[in-house]
Design a protein around this ligand. Structure first.
Ligand code: F6R
Length: 263
């Protein structure tokens, strides 16, 4: 796991976006795994401006989102499909036919999950997966106690996640308690993983993910098993890590190596 600690959320977004821009420049038909929530919004803004400045094109890119609420349709303003269209897809040159989000209103959600896994496989797997992290350590909607081998499936949300996400729903609006989510096994198969976390509210989850034991109690700790996972955090989200200076030192050494070997 590579830990990058930066001053603030703007730097986190810029660093993360740069990874994606470079990746797509090298592989224009990259398969991206994408996330919703508050954290990636600033990164998506950076990708949009990179596109506007002709630094990147998404014409040949395909995407798979991590998750979707069960029981709401794509047109619903709180659906993750709606979020992706408005936060990213509508502003770049991606072919929407190449963008996939699990189908929240599928007649048979279980079959929809199986189809989603097959579609990812058919594309040759996800090249680079963007992740946020829940305060309880969830990735996607893989809540604590999720199987570390899990695949895309229907998942019940914890009370903590429902409460955290209530801010997106108005008081009289139906808020789903179930979701369709890529599994931890699905995420671990991505060739590269980029996780962003900002703010003090994520400090405990970041500590458990990076320095805690590998445990289903903190689903994100499964990333300790990934060969190419980059965790990008701001000082506040890193504030409970034991060895901040060491992680910063490694990152400085990595930057020097990258410059020297042009990586
Ligand atoms: C969203 C997702 C979730 C979020 C997590 C953090 O697609 O997969 O795991 O990344 O809940 O959400 P924010 O960024 O809103 O704190």
């Amino acid at each position: 796991m590579k830990i990058v600690i930066l001053k603030n959320s703007d730097e986190v977004a810029a660093y993360g976006a740069d990874i994606f821009v470079r990746f797509i420049s090298k592989k224009p038909a990259a398969v991206l795994g994408l996330a919703t929530g508050s954290t990636p919004v600033a990164l998506y803004k950076q990708l949009i401006s990179a596109y506007e400045q002709n630094r990147v094109s998404f014409k040949a890119v395909s995407t798979f989102n991590l998750d979707e609420y069960l029981g709401i349709a794509a047109e619903h303003p709180q659906s993750y499909r709606y979020f992706m269209n408005h936060q990213l897809f509508n502003h770049i040159d991606i072919d929407k036919q190449n963008t996939q989000v699990p189908q929240g209103d599928a007649e048979d959600p279980f079959a929809a999950c199986e189809r989603y896994e097959s579609a990812i496989k058919k594309k040759g797997g996800i090249d680079i997966q963007l992740l946020g992290i829940g305060r309880n350590g969830h990735i996607g909607f893989n809540e604590p106690s999720s199987s570390l081998m899990s695949r895309t499936r229907v998942k019940t949300l914890t009370r903590a996640t429902i409460d955290d996400n209530a801010r997106f729903f108005s008081a009289d609006e139906y808020q789903p308690h179930l979701s369709l989510t890529m599994g931890i096994g699905t995420i671990l198969e991505s060739k590269k993983v980029v996780l962003l976390a900002t703010g003090e509210s994520k400090a405990d989850a970041v500590k458990a993910m990076v320095e805690g034991p590998l445990t289903a109690s903190c689903p994100a700790s499964a990333l300790q098993m990934h060969q190419d996972a980059v965790v990008i955090v701001d000082d506040a989200a890193a504030s409970k890590l034991l060895d901040v200076d060491f992680y910063k030192h490694i990152e400085m050494e990595n930057r020097k190596l990258n410059e020297r070997f042009d990586r």
